[in-house]
Design a protein around this ligand. Structure first.
Ligand code: TMP
Length: 211
């Protein structure tokens, strides 16, 4: 398995990208693939990966009155802190692979690059929320913003409804995050078909896990 890794601890793999990039389909395909190979894994997501998080997700995506940028950030962080403590950390300690649909880079991309809040402050707050647990590997699904908007279709949640300009900021943010941390963050071209994107995803995963 991967070099420089604490023995007996599982691997923490996060999937990231702007709305409409297809990461949720891809992470589902990956979980199926690992299950077939009898590689123990859990599939989870943020927001909403813990019991408390299920409630926070409803507020975050569907609350209808205005939500301040700071309040929004803290709600995502609360979801994350609970998720790390009660689900992610125990699974990693049990030696499982944790596949997580969105994590810290989403807060950097959306609340940082998207909402234009200070990136260093968000990193600091992310560190508090995760108690220092960090993804071993992150895959960013990069998609053209116009194509993503079309994929999203009619019914949109609070964040999805932000529109094209916001989406472009997210795309820029994710590519910037990847540029600054190329060892951990791999970018995949998500403009291709589901099958081609999954081939690229598997290449990254197989190389990383050495399977
Ligand atoms: P999902 O629909 O991909 O599960 O994500 C829910 C929405 O929440 C999505 O629009 C991205 C947004 N989000 C943030 O703005 N900040 C965060 O920290 C996370 C985890 C998600």
């Amino acid at each position: 398995m991967h070099k420089g890794h604490k023995e007996n601890r599982g691997y923490f793999i996060t999937f990231e990208g702007a709305d409409g990039c297809g990461k949720t389909t891809q992470i589902g395909l990956l979980a199926e693939y690992l299950n077939k190979k009898n590689i123990e894994n859990i599939l989870t997501r943020e927001p909403g990966g813990s019991d408390l998080g299920v409630h926070l997700r409803k507020i975050l995506l569907h609350y209808e009155a205005p939500v301040s940028n700071v309040a929004e950030t803290f709600l995502y962080l609360a979801d994350r802190a609970q998720h790390i403590e009660y689900k992610i950390k125990p699974a990693l300690e049990a030696g499982k692979i944790v596949l997580c649909d969105r994590h810290t880079d989403s807060t950097l991309a959306y609340q940082g690059y998207g909402r234009e809040q200070d990136l260093d402050k968000i990193k600091y707050l992310n560190d508090i929320a995760t108690a220092g647990v960090k993804p071993d590997l992150t895959i960013v699904f990069d998609i053209d913003s116009e194509i993503a908007q079309k994929r999203l279709g009619g019914e949109k949640d609070r964040l999805e409804a932000e529109g094209l300009e916001f989406h472009k900021k997210l795309r820029f943010g994710y590519l910037d995050i990847a540029k600054k941390d190329p060892k951990r963050v791999k970018v995949i071209d998500a403009n291709q078909s589901i099958e081609r994107v999954f081939e690229d995803t598997l290449k990254v995963i197989e190389e990383f896990l050495n399977i």
